[in-house]
Design a protein around this ligand. Structure first.
Ligand SMILES: [Zn+2]
Length: 511
C-alpha cells in the first residue's frame, strides 16, 4: 500500500490537506480540513495513523510513505502497526518511509485541545477539567465533522454547532475541523477501531498550533481493543503535538455517574447510534445510557425519547460485552436490580441450546479475548445458526462465524468474516444476501445462506450448479459445510461469472 504526497488547498476560509491511499484493494483520498487561520500541517503526518491501521487491517505487507514523516511519529507508527497486527491477526506491516528530524524547540503559546462530541466520555472530561482533575487541562475544544456521522453534512452541521455550544458552557472555545476518513473505514475496515487513528489525524493536522491533544477514553479495561486505546493513542505524537488518552481508570458507569451528579450535560448529551437530532432511546447505546442515568437518579427526559427503558427493552437489547459486566454491577449497586437482572439473564442464557462457554471456544485465536466473535454471535440471536456453528467448529476446528442481520454489527461483520472460514446467515428478506455473499467472499470467508426447505428447493432448481453450495436448510448444514468440493475460490469464480442474478429474483420465488 502507498500513501501519496499530500496536496494543500485554501478556499472559503478553510485549509485542506488531501492524500491518496492506494493498493491492496484500497483506493481512497483522505481529507483533513481546518479553519484557514490555523496552521495546517504541510506533510504526510496527519495521514500516517489511518494509513497504518488500514494497511494492517487489509493485510498489506508494506506501507510506503512518499514524503518524509517526523521521526517520533515514524517510530510510534511502527509500534502501533505491530499492535494492530497482533490484535487483528495480520502479518506485521513493514513501514517504508524517510524520517524527518523533529524540531529542536517546540514553539511557545500553543494550545491543549480536547475532542468534544457530547458523548458521555468527552462530557465527563469537560466536567473533570472543570473540577481541576484533568491533566493536562484543555483550553480548546476540537469538534470534528465526518466522524460521528458518516459525512451527512446537513445533520452534521447542526450537531457540530451543538458540540461547540456545549464546549462553550465549560468555558472552552472550539474549532470545527473536518475529515472524510470514516467513509474509508466504512468501506474497507472496522470503524470501531478506526476512530483513534482518525482523531489522531485531526490533531496532527493542527500540530503546529497544538502542544497536547486529549482523546477521551471509552472503557477502563485496556485489554479491550477499542478505537481509542491507551497503548496506541500516545504513539501518534510527532514531536510537536502529544496525545493523551484520558482518563485511564474510570468505567463507563462511573463516567455516567459523574455526568449525572454534575447535571450540566443532561440537556445536551448525544449518544445515539441512529444519528438523529436527539437520542432515540431505543438503540443499544441509548438504552444502556438512559438506564444508567436513571439508576443514578438523573433525569434523561431532556435528551432521550424514552427516558427510562423497560427491563423488557434491556433484555431484548442489552449492552455489548465491553460494557455488560460494568452495567450489571453498577445498576445493582445503584439499587435498580431489575435492570441488572435483565442483562445478567441475557448474558447467562444459553444461545440456541449452546452455552456461552462453547461459543467462546470457537474463537479462532485461543488466548485472545473472544469479544468480537462472541458479540457477533449474540447479535445474530439465531438459535439454529448458533447451534450449527458450534457443531461445525467442534468437527472442523475453530474459524467459523455466524452472520447477523443487526445493522449495528456491520463493522464487526467485516473483521469477523476475515477471521472465519465460513460465514452463515439466515436468508435476509431485505435483499442483502447478494451483498453479504460478495462481502464474505471478498474477506476470504465462505458464505452460506440458510433458508427454509421450499425456498432452497426452488432456488436450487434455478441456480448454476456451482452456486448451489451457497444454500442450506438448517438440517442440511452439517452436510453442506463438510462438502470440501465447495470452496471459496470456486464460489468466487462463479459469482464473478455473473451468478448472483438469482438473488434479485428471490422475493418472487418466495411468493
Ligand atoms: Zn439511540
Amino acid at each position: 500500500m502507498r500513501l501519496s504526497p499530500p496536496e494543500l488547498t485554501h478556499g472559503r476560509g478553510r485549509a485542506t490537506t488531501r492524500a491518496r491511499l492506494t493498493g491492496d484493494g484500497v483506493d481512497h483520498e483522505l481529507v483533513f480540513e481546518v479553519p484557514d487561520e490555523w496552521s495546517i500541517h504541510p506533510g504526510s503526518d496527519p495521514f500516517v495513523p489511518t494509513a497504518v491501521y488500514v494497511a494492517t487491517a487489509a493485510g498489506a505487507e508494506s506501507l510506503t510513505i512518499d514524503r518524509p514523516v517526523s521521526e517520533p511519529l515514524l517510530t510510534g507508527a511502527r509500534t502501533a502497526g505491530e499492535r494492530y497486527a497482533d490484535h487483528l491477526g495480520r502479518p506485521p506491516l513493514e513501514i517504508v518511509g524517510e524520517a524527518r528530524p523533529s524540531p529542536r524547540a517546540r514553539p511557545a503559546g500553543r494550545r491543549t485541545a480536547l475532542f468534544v462530541s457530547r458523548g458521555i466520555d468527552s462530557t465527563c472530561n469537560l466536567i473533570l477539567d472543570d473540577r481541576g482533575e484533568l491533566e493536562p487541562s484543555p483550553d480548546l475544544a476540537l469538534v470534528v465533522t465526518g466522524i460521528d456521522t458518516a459525512n451527512e453534512d446537513v445533520v452534521d452541521a447542526e450537531l457540530c454547532g451543538q458540540h461547540i455550544a456545549a464546549a462553550g458552557r465549560f468555558g472552552l472555545d472550539a474549532i470545527l475541523t473536518r475529515t472524510n476518513v470514516r467513509s474509508l473505514f466504512d468501506s474497507y475496515t472496522p470503524w470501531v477501531i478506526g476512530i483513534g487513528p482518525a482523531l489522531a489525524g485531526v490533531g496532527l493536522t493542527l500540530s503546529a498550533d497544538l502542544s497536547d491533544v486529549i482523546i477521551s477514553s471509552a472503557v477502563a479495561d485496556a485489554r479491550r481493543f477499542t478505537g481509542a486505546h491507551p497503548d496506541i493513542d500516545p504513539l501518534w505524537g510527532n514531536g510537536l503535538v502529544r496525545f493523551h488518552h484520558l482518563p485511564r481508570d474510570l468505567s463507563r458507569s462511573e463516567r455516567v455517574r459523574i455526568v449525572v451528579e454534575d447535571g450540566r450535560g443532561l440537556d445536551f448529551l448525544q449518544v445515539c447510534w441512529d444519528e438523529g437530532p436527539t437520542n432515540c432511546g431505543r438503540c443499544k447505546k441509548c438504552l444502556q445510557t438512559a438506564a444508567l442515568i436513571h439508576a443514578y437518579g438523573g433525569d434523561a427526559s431532556a435528551r432521550f425519547e424514552v427516558p427510562v427503558p423497560s427491563t423488557e427493552d434491556l433484555r431484548r437489547t442489552p449492552p455489548g460485552p465491553t460494557l455488560r459486566d460494568d452495567f450489571i454491577d453498577a445498576t445493582a449497586a445503584a439499587g435498580v436490580p431489575s435492570f441488572a437482572q435483565a442483562v445478567a439473564e441475557h448474558r447467562d442464557a444459553p444461545l440456541g441450546g449452546v452455552s456461552p462457554e462453547a461459543v467462546h471456544a470457537i474463537d479462532p485465536d485461543a488466548g485472545r479475548p473472544a469479544e468480537l466473535l462472541w458479540s457477533f454471535i449474540a447479535a445474530a440471536d439465531d438459535p439454529p445458526i448458533a447451534a450449527a456453528t458450534v457443531d461445525h467448529a467442534a468437527t472442523t476446528g475453530p474459524g467459523c462465524v455466524v452472520g447477523s442481520s443487526g445493522s449495528s454489527t456491520t463493522h464487526v461483520r467485516t473483521s469477523a468474516m476475515r477471521a472465519a472460514a465460513v460465514t452463515l446467515w439466515h436468508r435476509r428478506a431485505d435483499g442483502a444476501d447478494a451483498a453479504l455473499v460478495v462481502e464474505a467472499l471478498s474477506n476470504g470467508s465462505r458464505p452460506v445462506v440458510v433458508t427454509d426447505a421450499a425456498t432452497a428447493r426452488a432456488l436450487r432448481w434455478r441456480l448454476p450448479e456451482l452456486l448451489q453450495g451457497l444454500l442450506a436448510t438448517v438440517d442440511e448444514l452439517p452436510t453442506v459445510l463438510s462438502d470440501a468440493a465447495i470452496d471459496g475460490p470456486r464460489l468466487a469464480g462463479a459469482v464473478r461469472g455473473g451468478g448472483l442474478g438469482w438473488l434479485d429474483e428471490l422475493e418472487d420465488t418466495d411468493r
